[in-house]
Structures are given as structure tokens and as C-alpha cells.
Design a protein around this ligand. Sequence first.
Ligand code: GLP
Length: 244
Amino acid sequence: TVYPNPIEASIAVAARIAKLIRDKQAKGQNAVLGLATGVTPISVYAELVRLHREEALSFKNVITFNLDEYYPMQPAAAQSYVRFMNEQLFDHIDIDRANIHIPDGTLTQEDIVAFCVSYEKRIEELGGLDLQILGIGRTGHIGFNEPGSAPNSGTRLVTLDDMTRADAARDFGGKQNVPAKAITMGIGTIFKAREIILMAWNSKKAPIVKKAVEGELSAEVPATYLQLSDNVEFILDEPAASQL
Ligand code: GLP
């Protein structure tokens, strides 16, 4: 679906999330959301905060799982995804803190595998992801599933691609300061979501959006795996869709 600009697209995505939350509320159930970081979803989170403040949207029945976190990363660091999520969304809504899950960037290497297994297990115990929102990196990564990621991959520690680290350099004051690794949900984890929305704005994303949507299925562009799912929608602004 193509919108004229990111604001209209973000309002539409936020409205979908709000409907899911309210429908679940009406049935006395939780809504389990998979959330993303990056610049792309900021306007969606801003609209959700507005809906909370102005239209009484409650997040009391919402459980969240974030896609990824840099490794190593302290939650209080300026670049942490914990901090990002607090600032963009969680500090401004009525979500129960116990319902928030973000991969832990403070673990020792030995504890990461057990953590990743428990992250997957927790998602399943809570009934699976109702909706996963995604951005897309210029390498074609979703979450931090870089080129080479397997379609059935689970939550794990990965090595970041050079282009991804270059794109993050501004946030870290230079590429040399960007962590070499990250913990990310796998492609397989993402695929289990009952609904997936990938968002992309801006002409800079046009080439990778074209590859993801129209390119040959390839581990070199992990987002092409989304072509295999019936539950995926790309929501784009006109510039991001301009090469389709
Ligand atoms: C980061 C995140 C991804 C995100 C991507 C694109 O690498 N781990 O989940 O989709 O960047 O970010 P942006 O939305 O800032 O372009």
C-alpha cells in the first residue's frame, strides 16, 4: 500500500495497531506486538501516544517484544533500543512495564544462548505475536537479520554488516564506535507473527524495497523471504515505492 507521505502512512499503521488492541480488549485478551526501532516507526509511535492521550487508547492489555538490540549495550546508553523505546513510546503510555521485552545487551556471551531460547519461549507462551512491525535496512535486513540469515533462523547473536554499521555511525559518533554485534529475533521468529507490516519511507529505501518486493528470493537480501508469507503488507510512501 502506497501513501503520499510518511505521516499519512504512519497514521494508518497506528490505526491498525489501535484496532487490534481494542478488539482484543473487547474480548478480554492481550495484544502481543512485535516492535521495531529506527527512524521509520517514530511517527507511528508518536501517533499511538496521541491516540492514548486524546482518544483514551489504553495499553494495559498490550505485551511487546522488540526485534533487536545492539550487543554489547547498556540500557541507559544514548543508543540503546531500551532507551529509544522508552523515549518514543513506553514513557508516554499506560503499558505495564512487566509486559515489555527487549533483547538484553548486558548479558555475558555465555548467557546469550539461554536468553535467546527463553525469548522465543516467552513469545510462544503468550500466544505468539499478533502483529510484527518492521523497518528495512539498506542491506535488506529485517530486525538485524543481515545477508546470509537463514529463513528459519531464531533469536540469536549476529554480526552486523559493514553497511549497517556505517548507517549507524552518526548515532555513535563514528563507525568505529558502533557495536560489532547485535541480538535479533530471527527470520523464523518474525514469520510466526500472524500479521507482518514492513514500513519504508524515503527515496533512499527505494532500491532495497524494489529488491525485497520484486527481486529473486535470496539470502543476500533477507527481506525477500517475506515474499514467502501470505500475511505481509508493505506500507510505503511514494518515494520509497518509486522503483516498483
Ligand atoms: C536498524 C534496526 C532495524 C531497522 C533499520 C532501519 O538497523 N535494527 O530494525 O529496520 O535499522 O532503520 P531506519 O528506520 O532508521 O531506516
